[in-house]
Ligand binder design. Structure first.
Ligand code: GLY
Ligand code: MN
Ligand code: MN
Length: 438
């Protein structure tokens, strides 16, 4: 896409954001919206900053992600003001001069000191101030009105064409990383080396990934959010589960692939989960309740457990008795966009909760799918010692082939995760399209 086309998409995106904010302000009784990009936080009693993570409500307006102490002020009908913090700093590299497709859409005021932003922001009227407290700016303490945020969060689930374009780009950025990770795994690399190969291929550093990569070899794949990267390679690399994303202009991708070394029944398991994952992706259709898709996922994965001789039970029974949850103990997925786990998957426009199915406490999305939404579809089957030990204590234990489970334990588990865009018609699998080079 040319810069000109992107600028056109961006302008339309901004109009959508403004229209949403106009409505949210009106609904919640405010005159102005003020949004802070956030502050750089420091370690306790130290001068070392934590990685800066921008306020998602700020980057919804414009693609500035490394810019603390910026403020945006919007009053319906007026050009939004951007207080752009650009300190005179020789210890660090300050933000470059403002540049990008968004430039002409804002009334930009460069400030050299965080406190200077106050001169450019409305002091009167009913102000909705969104963000974390910024000690440098007295009189602008955030109030984060719930009604306003509920409305904006809810509507953020519907991606604009600009956002979809950026999300496709975030998929494309992750693909070479996943390819490099697979190569490194097949060559017998350690988790740390696989992670380094991923970073090098995507051009990301640890600090600007949208979330901490999960890189688990062998039984580490059974820890859902495995957080370490061991520097030594295991004697035998049986499997790799890599859950790793990328970011473009503040938009995230969140992709999981699992690879095996070709032996054991693991290849069969991989293939079966992959087939069910694709069937579930095909179910991302307008009007489908995501909760039903999650329950369908349990049944499909239960079918895999039965077909591979791991559990001799009817999938409905597995779901009813919690057996499928032993092997699939997380939700089917979540909304994604400006945040990896994007907000408002569980509530309506007024912030009223949309309940999860009983017994499924980890599901992050309970809304009915509609065109424009992007969700992850991430089924998995794992061999988690603590959960298996609990299953062993139940009457259902006799239906489990524990020898088969023992054989698969050293592989940890399988998860396959794509992002899928719900449209008016067939779903668009953003991840598979990126792998296919589309
Ligand atoms: N990477 C975390 C998740 O898949 O939700
Ligand atoms: Mn995910
Ligand atoms: Mn993930």
């Amino acid at each position: 896409m040319s810069n000109r086309e992107l600028a056109t998409l961006y302008r339309a995106h901004l109009e959508t954001i403004k229209a949403r904010v106009d409505r949210a302000l009106q609904k919640s009784g405010f005159d102005h919206l003020l949004v802070t990009s956030g502050v750089e936080k420091h370690e306790f009693l130290d001068d070392r900053p934590y990685p800066f993570k921008v306020n998602a409500q700020f980057k919804a307006w414009l693609p500035l992600t490394r810019h603390p102490h910026c403020w945006l002020a919007y009053t319906p009908g007026r050009k939004p003001v951007l207080a752009y913090y650009q300190p005179d700093d020789y210890w660090h590299v300050p933000p470059a001069a403002p540049e990008g497709v968004w430039l002409d859409e804002f009334d930009i005021r460069v400030v050299r000191d965080p406190a200077e932003a106050a001169q450019h922001l409305p002091r009167e009227g009913r102000r909705a101030i969104i963000g974390e407290a910024d000690a440098a700016l007295p009189g602008f303490e955030p109030n984060n009105p719930k009604a306003l945020l509920d409305y904006l969060h809810y509507h953020r689930a519907y991606k604009t064409p600009y956002e979809l374009d950026r999300m496709r780009a975030a998929q494309r950025r992750a693909v070479p990383g996943h390819r490099a990770a697979r190569e490194a795994f097949l060559a017998g690399a350690s988790e740390a080396q696989i992670h380094a190969a991923y970073l090098a291929a995507t051009g990301h550093s640890d600090l600007d990934l949208p979330y901490n990569n999960i890189v688990g070899l062998n039984e580490h794949a059974a820890t859902l959010h495995y957080q370490y990267k061991q520097t030594g390679a295991p004697a035998r690399s049986l499997s790799l589960l890599i859950d790793a994303g990328a970011e473009v202009d503040g938009y995230a991708s969140d992709i999981t692939r699992t690879w095996g070394n070709g032996d054991g029944g693991f290849a069969e398991l991989l293939q079966a989960v992959d087939a069910e994952q694709q069937a579930l992706c095909a179910g991302v259709r307008a009007g489908t309740d995501y909760r039903q898709l999650h329950l369908q996922c349990h049944l499909r994965l239960g079918g895999v457990l039965r077909q591979l001789g791991i559990v001799a039970m009817d999938p409905d029974e597995m779901l009813a008795t919690g057996v499928s949850a032993t092997f699939f103990p997380h939700g089917l997925g979540h909304p994604i966009g400006l945040q990896v786990h994007d907000v408002a998957g569980l509530s309506d426009e007024d912030g009223r909760p949309i309940p999860r199915p009983e017994g499924h406490p980890f599901l992050r999305m309970t809304r009915t799918l509609e065109p424009g939404m992007v969700v992850t579809i991430e089924p998995g089957l794992y061999f988690i010692p603590t959960l298996l030990a609990k299953l062993k204590q139940t009457p259902q234990a006799r239906h489990v082939d524990w020898n088969r489970v023992e054989q698969l334990l050293p592989y940890g588990g399988v998860r396959i995760e794509d992002e899928v865009h719900c449209t008016d018609g067939d779903p668009e699998n953003l991840t598979r399209a990126a792998f296919a080079g589309a």
